[in-house]
Design a binder for this molecule. Structure first.
Ligand code: PAF
Length: 283
């Protein structure tokens, strides 16, 4: 695997390559990232991964400073798996050589609800850096995980609306055996919090099951889940059942008639904010 830190070296490595498959990450790689890279390998050649902790997508009170930076270990993991041909690991000056005045601002619905409401600026930061990375790597396909469900939708919408010639592939959420979605932030959990953390996925399954059994309305199921999280010591931002196609709330008729749905949640456990989601369909 070649490790490059500049856009010039990246372009030298990729000259003439028309089938690049790309996996953007913020590093601190775990099994889920490696699995995105494996999927990329099935859809293109060569595979390029990036590691860049993007300040622009972190709010002032978020965890930019403590976000784990583990480049040496990350390189070892990728070398072992042999899926990645080039790792692009730029520093901040390389990707943001001057104040970023041109920014991509996702639209009112998708960009402003759920994560967009609780993390203002997050999707602007993600869209802007993904556009930059796409412009450096010029991939034909790029792989994103479904754990960051709304991010995946925002990136897809951005590619569609800017006519970017990049196909976005979604990878299923990868979970630990007890159900906890893998995330670099899981390492911040204390032992007690780690034992509690899979409850978030359990709750999503509970909301899904209530709706599958025609047992109660959406709002009641969401409110009940929020209450359970509070009672168990979490600090939830939202538990929301939404349509898969646009993340807007489904009507009772849509739920009954088999509209593809997803229940999404974000909640803080101690100082760690976890997100998760579960797709389902009634009938
Ligand atoms: O999901 C992530 O790790 C980041 O949001 C991404 C897509 C690499 C952009 O910084």
């Amino acid at each position: 695997m070649k490790v490059v830190h500049t856009i010039e070296d990246l372009r030298d490595q990729l000259r003439g390559q028309l089938r690049v498959a790309f996996v953007p990450t913020m590093g601190n790689l775990h099994a889920a990232h490696l699995s995105l890279m494996r999927l990329a390998r099935q859809h293109g050649d060569p595979v390029v991964a990036s590691i860049f902790v993007n300040r622009l997508q972190f709010g002032p009170n978020e965890d930019f400073d403590r976000y784990p930076r583990t480049l040496a270990e990350d390189i070892e993991k990728m070398e072992r798996e042999r899926d990645v041909y080039v790792l692009f690991a730029p520093d901040e000056r390389e990707l943001y050589p001057e104040p970023q005045n041109f920014r991509i601002q996702p639209g009112d619905n998708l960009g402003k609800i759920l994560e967009g409401e609780f993390r203002p600026g997050f999707f602007m930061g993600v869209s802007t850096v993904v556009m930059k990375l796409f412009s450096c790597v010029q991939p034909r396909v790029a792989v994103f995980g479904k754990k960051d469900y709304q991010q995946l939708m925002v990136v897809r919408a951005m590619c569609r609306q800017f006519q970017l010639p990049v196909e976005i592939l979604a990878h299923e959420t990868v979970r630990d055996p007890d159900g906890l979605a893998m995330s670099s932030r899981n390492r911040f959990l204390s032992a007690t919090e780690r034992a509690e953390a899979p409850q978030l996925y359990g709750l999503l399954q509970g909301v899904r099951d209530q709706l599958l059994q025609g047992d109660g309305v959406r709002e009641t199921a969401e409110a009940r889940a929020m209450q359970v999280l509070h009672d168990r010591g979490w600090n939830p931002d939202y538990v929301a059942v939404r349509r898969q196609r646009d993340l807007l709330p489904p009507t009772p008729d849509e739920i009954r008639n088999g509209e593809p749905l997803v229940v999404l949640a974000a909640a803080r456990l101690g100082t760690t904010r976890l997100i998760d989601n579960l797709e389902f369909q009634v009938s």
